[in-house]
Write a protein that binds this ligand. Structure first.
Ligand SMILES: Cc1ncc(C[n+]2csc(CCOP(=O)(O)OP(=O)(O)O)c2C)c(N)n1
Ligand SMILES: [Mg+2]
Length: 591
């Protein structure tokens, strides 16, 4: 038995079942050991392995867990984007990398000694929770502590770079190392009880509270919380990372506020007198770059497991509680007293929500093209509560889906907005689809974003995934076109074919990979051909024609200032402005 066998056995006992990999000489022992114990899924590019494993684990649909296996040098450099994405979104990700023999490692001052050698440890370090180079066999206890670090406290990627000789080293399986290690202690929740008392008092005294749930609240945890919130009757909103924690049809659900958020949600949030931000880091995208005007009429209470997020200095937070979000919310909902003004606040908020649609007329309709907001609404109706929905993570398709998609409780919705990278959609959808093959997985991605990882259509075909892929075809990078138009007088460069950026014929590309495809148009939701492909269990690629000049309103406008910096409107001032009479009717007096 080799140390590689031993490590794979340990991983198996820790619940790992799936290995996304790209092979190479420097990870050969690890792959040979994984082959015998895991479902090994070859992907074309390492970055896809990383993203797929992140989404597999995030979807938490089965008992299994996925990790990534890659080779040294280019294997590692190719996965860095996925490490950064998982790091920024606090997602569990274990990456095992090969490395040259310990005797071939470059010594100080050398760029390289071993073939393909790159200092993976140093490259990965800034974008992982833990990085370690393993030059000789390590104990089970050490290995487990390293691996479990990915899913403890604030989750994040762990990168272990294992030298070829350490992988292949023979190990004595009768050594005491083999005993099961003791279960690691659950993290102590050191929440300060006077802070919880303070929050209980603030909530009971507030007349217009909003509970903003973030991705720090797990899917299982939020299920248990819903009935408690119902008894309480306070308006609930979610961040993008918690998009699937609440049903969009629930009477207490008031959407997703954000810089690219739902206008009604932004208005309600900005009218609150207390916002309890639970399990969200309240980053700039969430609060608006103009964070000084976040919740201008009320106080913000933030609950986060990471002290650094609470102390970062923005937005203004009246009460900061460091702790496990479910633990804090449980106590607060048990002890706070309901306030008699809440039903009227819910009614007021409901009116705002009903009067301001998710698809605004200002975006218009172009004949022969699909309106992306109407598309997202129609897609919401088509998706059942057992589906997995993967909006991509950049461009118009991402923001439209997060603005207009109506999720059902039971669905899994995953994006990676922290990195907001092109190319995340397809790789993520592959990971999520493999996490539960009985579900239909739906991917919505822009043509620019899709082009970055389209090589994984090969994986979709080989794995025979029930994956429905919608590509917003709008002649390239519409977002960049818009920037170049608004700020640089239409000096277009590298955003479409005319300005030098190439794209394939998507249907021909699908055919090349042996996949079905069709172009859909307005009314697709009732089209027989579409519905028959939608309802079977096979992959299909749908080209969705979106007009290249399609607008994406409402949005927060920004201006370049005299000093070259940017200045943004607060969350409640989305463009174009609402008519004064509507604002008056809704009782919105935010200036
Ligand atoms: C890896 C990466 N490089 C660059 C960007 C900057 N960027 C943001 S959106 C965008 C264009 C995306 O094109 P597409 O997916 O077609 O969406 P569209 O802009 O057309 O809505 C680019 C280049 C990014 N998000 N990720
Ligand atoms: Mg595009």
């Amino acid at each position: 038995m080799t140390h590689a066998d031993q490590m794979m056995g340990w991983l198996q006992q820790l619940g790992y079942t799936h290995c996304f990999f790209v092979s190479g000489g420097n990870n050969m022992h690890l792959l040979n050991a994984a082959r015998q114990r895991m479902k090994c899924i070859p992907v074309v590019h390492e970055v896809s392995a990383g993203i797929a494993a992140e989404y597999f684990n995030e979807s938490t649909l089965n008992e299994g867990r996925a990790f990534v296996l890659l080779t040294a040098g280019p294997g590692l450099t190719n996965v860095v984007t996925a490490l950064a994405g998982a790091f920024l979104e606090s997602r569990e990700l274990l990456v095992l990398g090969g490395q040259v023999k310990s005797s071939d490692l470059a010594t100080a001052g050398l760029r390289q000694r071993g073939i393909q050698e790159v200092d993976g440890f140093a490259v990965a370090k800034p974008v992982v929770k833990t990085a370690k180079r393993i030059e000789k066999p390590i104990s089970r206890a050490e290995f487990e502590t390293l691996v479990r670090g990915a899913s403890r406290d604030r989750k994040g990627p762990v990168f272990l770079e294992i030298c070829l000789d350490a992988q292949g080293a023979p190990v004595d399986i009768s050594s005491p190392d083999q005993a099961m290690s003791v279960e690691l202690r659950k993290p102590e929740v050191s929440t300060n009880s006077t802070e919880i008392d303070d929050l209980v008092e603030r909530l009971s005294a507030s007349s217009r509270p909003v509970l903003l749930l973030g991705g720090g609240l797990g899917r299982g945890e939020s299920r248990a919380l819903i009935s408690k919130i119902e008894k309480f009757g306070v308006p609930v909103m979610t961040t993008w990372n918690a998009a699937d924690r609440f049903d969009s049809g629930h009477r207490l659900y008031f959407g997703r506020p954000n810089t690219w958020g739902q206008r009604s949600s932004n208005l309600i949030l900005q009218n609150a007198d207390l916002v309890i931000a639970a399990g969200t880091r309240l980053g700039l995208q969430q609060t608006g770059f103009n964070w000084r005007e976040f919740v201008p009429k009320g106080d913000v209470v933030q609950i986060d497991i990471d002290r650094a997020e609470l102390d970062k200095g923005h937005p203004k937070v009246a009460l900061r509680i460091c702790g496990d979000v479910i633990h804090v919310l449980d106590q607060v909902l048990r002890r706070a007293k309901t306030n008699s003004s809440w039903p009227a606040w819910v009614t007021e908020a409901k009116k705002i929500r009903t009067r301001i649609p998710l698809s605004e007329e200002v975006n218009g309709k172009y004949s022969g093209f699909v309106n992306p907001y109407e598309f997202a609404l129609n897609l919401s109706d088509l998706c059942d509560d057992r589906g997995t929905v993967i909006p991509c993570s950049s461009g118009g398709a991402f923001t439209v889906m997060m603005q207009a998609f109506n999720q059902k409780l039971g669905q899994v919705v995953i994006t990676n907005k922290g990195l907001a990278s092109m190319g995340y959609g397809l790789a993520g959808a592959i990971g999520a689809a493999l996490a539960d093959r009985s579900r239909r997985t739906v991917l919505v991605e822009g043509d620019g974003g899709f082009a970055q990882n389209s090589q994984e259509l090969a994986t979709v075909a080989v794995q025979k995934l029930n994956l429905k892929i919608f590509i917003f075809a709008n002649n390239g990078y519409a977002s960049i076109r818009m920037t170049q138009k608004n700020y640089f007088g239409g000096a277009y460069l590298g955003c479409d074919v005319e300005s030098g950026l190439g794209f394939p014929d998507w249907q021909k590309l699908a055919t090349a990979y042996g996949l079905r495809s069709m172009t859909i148009n307005e009314g697709f939701e009732n089209d027989k051909n579409f519905l028959s492909s939608w309802n079977d269990n096979e992959a299909c690629l749908y080209v969705v024609p979106i007009h290249p000049e399609q607008t994406y309103f409402p949005k927060i406008s920004s201006q370049v200032t005299a000093s070259g910096s940017m200045e943004s409107a607060p969350l409640h001032k989305m463009s174009p402005p609402l008519p004064d009479e509507l604002l008056r009717e809704l009782g919105l007096d935010l200036d």
